[in-house]
Design a protein around this ligand. Sequence first.
Ligand code: MSP
Length: 682
Amino acid sequence: MTTPSRAPFYITTPIYYVNDVPHLGHAYTTLVADALARFARQLGRPTRFLTGTDEHGQKIEATATARGISPQQHVDDVAPRFAACWDELGIVLDDFIRTTEPRHKKTVAALWQRIAAKGDLYLASYEGWYCVGCEAFYTESQLDRVDDAYVCTTHKKPVTWVAKEPSYFFAMSKYQDALLAHIEAHPNFILPEQYRNEVLSFVRGGLRDLSVSRTSFSWGIPVPGDPAHVIYVWMDALTNYMSALGDIDGEGYKRWWPAQVHLIGKDILRFHAVYWPCFLLAAGLPLPETILTHGWWAVRGEKISKSLPATRVDPLVVGRELGALCGGDQRLGLDALRYYLMREVPLGNDGDFTYESLLDRFNADLANDLGNLVSRSLTMIRKFGVGAANVPATSALAPVVALTKVRAATIEQARLHFERFEMARGLEAIWRYIAEANRFVDATAPWTMAKQNDPALPEVLAHLAISISSIAALIAAVMPRTAGLMAEFVGQGASLLWPAVALPTTVSFADVRDPTPLFPRLDAAKRAATIASLTPAQDAAAPVAIAQEAASAALTRPIAAARTPAAPAVAAASAPITFDEFGKIELRVGRILEAQAVPKAKKLLQLLVDVGEATPRTIVAGIAERYQPSDLPGKQVIVVANLAPATIRGIRSEGMLLAAGDETIAGLGAIDGDAAPGTRVR
Ligand code: MSP
């Protein structure tokens, strides 16, 4: 048995880009961090949990421009949506940092100056491939090659060439050996193991100096003493973990730095496990204890992301829908989602999110195992429990001995798993205890003991009460609402600290309440109805596939497939369609915001089109022989908005424009009048 740590626990999530609104992918990170923070509090550790928003950089500037508002207006609009989402998800935060706050800007400037004072920043010039999605420069060997384009391995979109511009460089290569030594000496610095190995081989491959300022846009924190440059957005963003504590060397910093855990998704491992530690080494500051890396959630094999609307599961919608199954208690619904996310996939692995597997866990683990145990145990205590019962330290009853053993082992094992961030394994251990407690009810059959006036009945009931309160505490970090209700039913108050292995000497039945149902078992019809009601709710905002052929036509001849319905050749050749069939095609007014050539593709242009949604869509159209990119911004177009997305030359195209002409484009379809983007065209 090991003693739990009582040391302070400072945990952070990535700060989320405000070019998007929260989806299940973001929520997963924040929910896992919330569970780890709750667990640390249960152990009595002083705990600090930070999240926030990443508000600077080229990507945010472009999104604001596309919306026709200032970057500040844009970030002020979107950042509160993240805070509100975390609040509705029941996440208990200690702080929410925004990188546009003065406290943050001050610390970023201070960190820059520390690194500059060390002589590790120098002025040179830079050119290279840049992925705006990642906000990162890449060498060709770090990119995929699709046809003639270099494509970002994460975003699957072509990167852009940044022409030579002056830039400050950070002498990262100087820190290669120190970083390697640190990773080798601290096996928990990067977890799980597979990510540690990935970083080790990257660093062993050699670190290059890093471009850490830009001059070609201005939405960022100015370089101290050289305001023509803004500080590279990742250097700015990573510093949030420290700026949220106040001044470097101040009180907050002294109390909480270094952080115990930076929880991140695998997409941003290099920034956290290479760049950030090198900045800190240069500044002479301690490194965080653990960079804890999780995998990606996908829907039907596609990573949940902004660029794929059909993957964007809204955690609040799922919570509400599951809550409706649990007597309208949204917090219980969210507990079911939290349980599923943390149990289904070991932290670090990728997972496929399906409503089927979610509801399977709901039925098997929550309704059958846990819900059943809670309801039958409490019902029996209410029926047969009188006053209080003594709990002998060593029992003469074999089922009690077996249950006590499992309980003690679970308290220890689950703690060790949670301490090592193995949420799924911790939950597995707890569910073995739940199964044992259900077996205990079957083996002791308290209803028969009552009939036979068996004197051991109070002891058996006491062990049932102990099981309920222990399990409540064990699941509290992952399922806080359920744990709170269980503690209330068993009349135990709401302390929910991590349970002690030692048994109490007495158990009172006086405050045990009739339980309300937690997770009802769903029969096949209810399960199917729930899946059906969740599926359209999620896909409502997303393009719906019309037909597979349409997608593949878009791939090869993007614009030819977008002929106006009135094009004579089509009208003559096509079979008539019904009004309902036509109604399946969602046409909307769009406004082109940006246009650029697709490298090495004569006919294609990549467009950014406002169709009245929170973020504009990327659409690849075969109109380059008719239009120059500069002709298009501001142009009104008609967009086929529910066409299944297709990847064209490595670019995800999210819709299609109507245009006249076949091989030769005669013109774009437009509206004779002023209609706002998003207006339906019929
Ligand atoms: N702003 C940067 C992070 C800066 S931290 C100093 C950023 N932001 S982000 O909005 O793109 O969010 C990235 C994080 O969201 C990922 O690292 C991951 O934690 C989470 N996820 C986004 N999509 C995800 C999935 N599909 N699956 C799991 N997590 C995902 O990168």
